[in-house]
Design a protein around this ligand. Structure first.
Ligand code: ASP
Length: 309
């Protein structure tokens, strides 16, 4: 069998063992494991990295444990505006969607945008029109509603504050989701999906929808999916920066990720992490927060599922 690799994240932030029950921890690990099973099944059957990352992120979107798709955070208006993006390393094709409401799986819409719209990035009402044209599945408000997220929003609702949903004082859980993979042909791909930040206003967009900031893939270097306070990841053009350090400076995946997450991001006070694979199947999962829901699996059966530092 030829080699493949897949890595996933479910968000980074103030995730502490002291604020987690063993039941909750088991639920997260089980959701991560289910997503890894599905992605590695696709890759083991010769499926492409693109299909594997889309499918894996779709499963994570359907889990209310994470801030993406079902269970997305509330905006200041009490709505759910989701962002997602996907990129294929072989062709450098990419698709992204921002401020989308009601679509069950924003990541599938991002892939349709990449393949069928003639564009890379669609947002808001126009993106909804395109989703309807593509017969994307829409869900009503109840599907996206999550009691914990609602309470989280209530606490900061009438303030100017917005926050990473897993960095509240009360509880430290949930997050943006992402997947990166290398398939048996050495092609890489990356996908990221999020509800963004609780109480976001004014049509705020995060890095998760932005190719180069939250998501990037290039067979010549690596595939990257980020999570954290999006404003810093946009300013640091983080996903592309990892790729650039490899391409222009000849850094290894590990060294490039370390430089970006533990040095460049910190210099601008950016908190978060990323997952990355290169075209020979190396994996890096650096983060500068207390925790990051994360996991990876290789074709030889080796795997890791972890939450804390
Ligand atoms: N990066 C996401 C955003 O800023 C949030 C997250 O990763 O949890 O929208």
């Amino acid at each position: 069998m030829k080699n493949f690799t897949i890595a996933i994240h479910g968000g980074a932030g103030t995730i502490l063992k002291s604020s987690m029950t063993s039941e909750k921890e088991a639920a997260y690990k089980s959701a991560l494991s289910k997503a890894l099973n599905s992605g590695s099944q696709i890759l083991s059957e010769g499926g492409t990295a693109l299909v594997a990352v889309e499918d894996t992120v779709r499963l994570l979107e359907d889990s209310p444990l994470f801030n993406a798709g079902k269970g997305s955070v509330f905006t200041a208006k009490g709505t759910h505006e989701m962002d997602a993006s996907i990129m294929e390393g072989k062709t450098l094709q990419a698709g992204a969607v921002a401020q989308i409401e009601g679509v069950k799986n924003p990541i599938c819409l991002a892939r349709m945008i990449m393949e069928k719209s003639g564009h890379v990035f669609l947002a808001g009402d126009g993106a909804s029109d395109f989703a309807r044209k593509m017969n994307c599945e829409f869900m009503d408000e109840e599907w996206f509603y999550d009691e914990f997220r609602y309470q989280q929003w209530q606490q900061i609702k009438d303030t100017d504050t917005f926050q990473l949903d897993h960095s509240t004082d009360k509880d430290h859980k949930f997050g943006t989701v992402g997947a990166v993979a290398m398939d048996i042909n050495g092609n890489v791909a990356a996908a990221t999906s999020t509800g963004g930040m609780t109480n976001k206003r004014f049509g705020r967009l995060g890095d998760s929808a932005m190719i180069g900031a939250g998501t990037y893939a290039n067979n010549a270097t690596c595939a990257v999916s980020c999570t954290g306070s999006g404003e810093f990841f946009i300013r640091g053009v983080v996903a592309y920066d990892v790729s650039c350090l490899m391409e222009y400076k000849g850094l290894s995946l590990e060294a490039a990720c370390r430089e970006v997450v533990h040095s460049r991001l910190l210099k601008i006070n950016g908190d978060g992490g990323l997952i990355a694979v290169d075209a020979i199947g190396n994996i890096a999962l650096p983060f500068n927060t207390e925790g990051m829901y994360r996991g990876w699996r290789k074709s030889n059966g080796e795997e890791l599922i972890a939450i804390y530092k």
